[in-house]
Design a protein around this ligand. Sequence first.
Ligand code: EPZ
Length: 421
Amino acid sequence: MLSYIIEGNSKIEGTVEASGSKNAALPIIATAILNPEPVTFYNIPDIEDTRITLQILKLLGCKVYADNGRISISSKDMHNKTIPKDLMHKLRSTVVLAGAILGRFKEATFSYPGGCNIGKRPIDLHLKAFKDLGVQIEEKEDYIHCSTKKEMIGAKIKLDFPSVGATENIILASVYCRGVTHILNAAKEPEIQDLAKCLNRMGAKVYGAGTSRITICGVKKLHKTDYRIMTDRIETGTLLCAAAITNGTIKIENTNPENLLNVLFKLKEMGCNILINKNSITLKAPKTLKRIDIETAPYPGFPTDMQPIISAVLTKAEGTSMIKENIFENRFKYALDLKKMGAKINLNEDKNIIEITGTSKLKGETVSSRDLRGGAALVLAGLSATGVTIVENAEYILRGYENLEEKLKKLGAKIKLEKVV
Ligand code: EPZ
């Protein structure tokens, strides 16, 4: 088990660059399955989730060359259409590999994906959409087998909820469909826009990404492409919050403020001084943070992935803040650990709401990551606490943050990652 050991009372100060986006990298890597021509992606973060995804591609028969954020993939000789169960379970986004395999070979076998345990996370919307595209689905033992004897034909697909993964999966599955596919009530997240941009660079025809209606006009083939993926808006938000909770000042370069406006407005409401340029954000924390209320919502609403992170900051704000989680049923598990550190938090499980009453004092404790963003929230709390905080199960955090330890150290934190036997 890995743990972060953090000496508290830090002040986060300095300049740092944002990494490539985890949630854009995963579906974009899946486009390499769809496209038999060689592709090269830049700015892919070196994190556990991308490593596992690339491992799956290799097992499927793809050639993968990774070098310092640049990943070249050739799926020309790919032969295997089954995603191994053990790897499928390691993360949620493995499910979008299914849409890509299906789109290319009209056949895919996979199991239910794993990922952070933050709620039920079914894949009914994905499977229903595959059926709408004319695919037969058979569930046997632990595997789901999708196939069609005829060609896949474009369809009008209405999502009951603007699911990010389902929108990505439908786009991937319908790139080669005959005719036109319309996704109604599509997710509008920037990562969907990045996926569409990448596919269009390969010769696909995906229109309307970033709106709730996406149209995919089927094409016969894709071509060789280089693509640089977007930077990670949630990592940027996390680093801004590290400065906010420690009374610091931070400049994040190589980021896109447009993708994070909902979070920047909330940090401003808390009293932070924020300066944005085209590719950078500077945040200076106020002496005393103000309380705020937040409800998570699909993009462009406040991102659920930032909910645990901003909650950690609110443990330091004056007054009582209210946070309502509307996307996942079980994303407050970190609250118990924050309470252990001295935070004043009331959880209303029926309403999926927490109330946080700010306190100037958090104390170092041994706490445990229970999911990726909850774990990152505990690291931030540790930076601002008095004494030493040990955040166990750091593996969760390593799934989604590239070089977090080095970046925070560069900004003045006293943090190290240690293996605990
Ligand atoms: C993506 O997950 C992200 N993961 C999540 O990031 C993020 O929290 C989430 O979108 C919401 O923004 C990746 O991109 C790899 P959804 P995804 O399908 O696609 C329900 C992080 O910390 N739903 O939009 O799995 C579902 O249960 C992670 O980086 C169904 O009911 O999210 C949830 O309540 C965690 N049926 C809601 O929709 C379905 O078939 C949103 O899920 C699909 C989803």
